[in-house]
Design a protein around this ligand. Structure first.
Ligand code: GLC
Length: 451
């Protein structure tokens, strides 16, 4: 067991390790056995952060498996499908996405949409902890970093170039699922322009409602829109050309782009370790550019908050959601913007741990997925932001609050922000994995200050 884990938290540590053992599928981790029986992209990154403490070889294996599904254009699919899992076990499954063979990948091996690029940060974290496991682990980490680095760069290039649909230097998402915050109110305005054809749900059946509570999941109307957008992107050959003209949903998310910027900083660290100082400098420059683009394009001066932006209309969303707080992770964010995020976080609208949306808003729903519940991963990212901007007291308060939540309620997928009751999948991999990091790591992140 990690030396800084106290007796009080030993129970939580053991149960988190157990979840990661149960959810290991040989060469990848599933987010949860019943609800999510394949490999998910940003889950893999958060899971690696926890595995770094207990089984770094699995962390690398998991990242490796995901990047083996990377497309030749650099995109990392939001799901890498497990061929041993049946089509009927998950919707929308391999046949729905109908992805052709690419590289050495068989047909129907993945989806064609992405998720936030947390992987460079995760790889850096696993590397950072390798020394604690001995010399062989350090060598393994160096080999894996060398393998991953060009792939992580290709992922960034895909997002920064092909997805720069708005021309501001930000990555646009083409589906709410790409944000990782599936049914967040952040997408309501942009989604209102997408027809909700409920007959699509008679052709394609939702499986999530078979295995979990409908009141905790997106509504059928939203789901019909999700299916329509996925079909439209798929039938356009997953092309990103002329997106705003061709596709019904093209949105810039402050959370996704905050992660994009942080990934450049992690890549700068990795390039440094690999002896590539010029690349390291280029990554730091890219992080500054992304930070400036977020500040310029996604900032609402009237409310002093970051919002998502509909690229097709140019409008900022009216909804105040947790993704608007995530630019705090960027060390080059101005003191003024960082202070505004902290004010928002401290206000009655959020608080610690942060719910996924504004508690005072009409759309706030304590049970419905990303429309209110507390999620561990975004709070973990927020904690890093607090550390980066020197709010160590609140970062510690948040660390304790998250651990208490999981300790008292179990490693659930998400939590009622009023009662703490666990919701969704009960043994959820990233909730367990990030607890290991929260239990063990009280230090400031290594990229805290720009070199
Ligand atoms: C849900 C979440 C998404 C996550 C996936 C697998 O779709 O909204 O963020 O990656 O489940 O855990």
């Amino acid at each position: 067991m990690h030396p800084v884990v106290t007796d009080l938290s030993a129970e939580l540590w053991q149960s988190a390790v157990r979840v990661l053992d149960i959810n290991w599928s040989g060469d990848h981790m599933v987010p949860s056995r019943r609800l999510y029986p394949h490999q998910w992209s940003w889950d893999t990154a958060f899971i690696a952060v926890g595995l770094a403490y207990v089984n770094p070889t699995r962390a690398w294996r998991d990242l490796h498996s995901l990047f083996e599904a990377q497309w030749p254009d650099g995109r990392v699919p939001h799901i890498a499908f497990d061929p041993a899992t049946g089509e009927e076990d998950y919707f929308p499954g391999p046949a729905f996405w109908n992805v052709p063979a690419y590289g050495r990948r068989r047909p129907l091996g993945s989806t064609g949409i992405v998720q936030p690029p947390v992987h460079a940060l995760a790889a850096w974290e696993v590397y950072r902890h390798a020394a604690a496991h001995g010399a062989a682990s350090v060598q393994e980490a160096l080999n894996e970093l060398a393998w991953l680095y060009p792939r992580l760069v290709a992922q960034q290039d895909y997002l920064s170039e092909r997805r720069n649909a708005g021309g501001a230097g930000l990555a646009a998402i083409v589906h709410p699922w790409e944000s990782g915050l599936d049914n967040s109110p952040s997408w309501d305005a942009a989604l209102a322009n997408v027809p909700a054809d409920l007959s699509l749900l008679t052709r394609y059946h939702r499986r999530d409602l078979v295995v979990t509570n409908a009141a905790h999941r997106p509504t059928d109307e939203d789901y019909a829109r999700y299916v329509r957008l996925a079909v439209s992107y798929r039938d356009g050959g997953y092309s990103d050309t002329d997106l705003p003209q061709r596709h019904d949903f093209v949105v810039e998310c402050p959370g996704f782009n905050g992660v994009l910027g942080v990934a450049e900083l992690a890549l700068a660290q990795i390039a440094g370790v690999l002896g590539l100082p010029l690349d390291a400098r280029r990554h730091r420059q890219r992080a500054r550019e992304i930070t400036a683009a977020i500040s310029r394009t996604l900032w609402d001066p009237a409310t002093r908050t970051f919002r998502s932006r509909d690229v097709r209309t140019g409008e900022l969303s009216a909804a105040r959601c947790v993704n608007g707080l995530l630019p705090l992770m960027l060390p080059d964010l101005s003191a003024d913007r960082a202070a505004a995020i902290m004010d928002e976080l401290r206000s009655e609208r959020f608080g610690l741990p942060a719910p996924s949306t504004d508690r005072t808003a009409a759309y706030f729903d304590t049970h419905r997925y990303w429309r209110g519940p507390v999620w561990i991963n975004v709070n973990w990212l927020l904690r890093r932001g607090m550390q980066v901007h020197g709010h160590h007291g609140e970062a510690e308060e948040l660390r304790r609050a998250l651990l208490r939540l999981v300790h008292d309620n179990g490693p659930y997928e998400y939590f009622d922000p009023e009662t703490g009751k666990g919701l969704g999948a009960p043994t959820f991999s990233w909730s367990a994995a990030l607890c290991l990091d929260l239990l063990a790591d009280r230090s400031a992140p290594a990229y805290a200050r720009d070199a």
